[in-house]
Design a protein around this ligand. Structure first.
Ligand code: E4P
Length: 217
């Protein structure tokens, strides 16, 4: 499973990239608002730090304008992945842009048939939003499982990018189902390596080692 980080905070991205934990980055207009800096600067800096796909979202609603904005974003760096909303206009833009060789992430997916349509439009990534479905008492993980099954049934190579992840368990379940990628907030990504028994065991080992009076060096 590939790990993308879901943030526009360049300092956090740098820290995770230095640890060798990042395969890509996703941003969205809300994350750009939170970062409170020009989008172009943010995307350029992230693309310098991370080699994998960096999703940057268009804000136009009509196909021709989405394509125009998408190409501007893709002009920032070779690894920009154009993020388009899952609308009819978005899928038309997706077909055109992937046909020209651009990377496209179709976002705001909330149903399996939407994901099927995005794959037919040639999407590089489909982003089903797990957490936002759970928020309204629907089963976000069931959606990931349905999309996996449909894509495998027909041999679509669109990658399932599990998004709107809120918990460590979301990552575990998405990995068990076979999502290709998880995009995870920085705090959750760091929490994936934590376990209280690891900390407890390490404390014990270090105390016992100290008691031996030995040194490896
Ligand atoms: C994915 O690309 C989105 O930016 C993100 O996962 C949305 O997550 P949220 O529902 O926590 O805002």
């Amino acid at each position: 499973m590939k790990f993308f980080v879901d943030t526009a905070d360049v300092a956090e991205i740098r820290e995770l990239a230095d640890a060798g934990l990042l395969d890509g980055v996703t941003t969205n207009p809300s994350l750009i608002k939170k970062a409170n800096r020009p989008m172009r600067d943010i995307v350029a800096e992230i693309c310098d730090v991370v080699e994998g796909p960096v999703s940057a979202e268009v804000t136009a609603l009509e196909t021709a304008e989405m394509i125009r904005e998408g190409k501007i974003l893709a002009g920032i760096a070779d690894n920009v992945c154009i993020k388009l909303p899952l609308t009819l206009d978005g899928l038309k833009a997706c077909k055109e842009l992937t046909g020209e060789g651009f990377l496209v992430n179709v976002t705001l997916c909330f149903s399996a048939v939407q994901a099927l349509m995005a794959a037919k439009a040639g999407a590089t990534f489909i982003s089903p939003f797990i957490g936002r479905l759970d928020d309204i008492n629907l089963d976000g993980m069931e959606l990931i499982a349905d999309i996996r099954r449909i894509y495998d049934n027909y041999g679509f190579d669109t990658e399932i990018l599990a998004a709107s992840i809120r918990t460590i368990n979301h990552v575990r379940e998405a990995a068990l189902i076979g999502a290709d990628v998880a995009t995870v907030p920085p705090s959750t990504l760091k929490a994936l390596v934590k376990h209280p028994l690891t900390d407890k065991g390490l404390d014990q080992f270090l105390a016992d080692w100290k008691a031996t009076g030995q040194s490896i060096a």
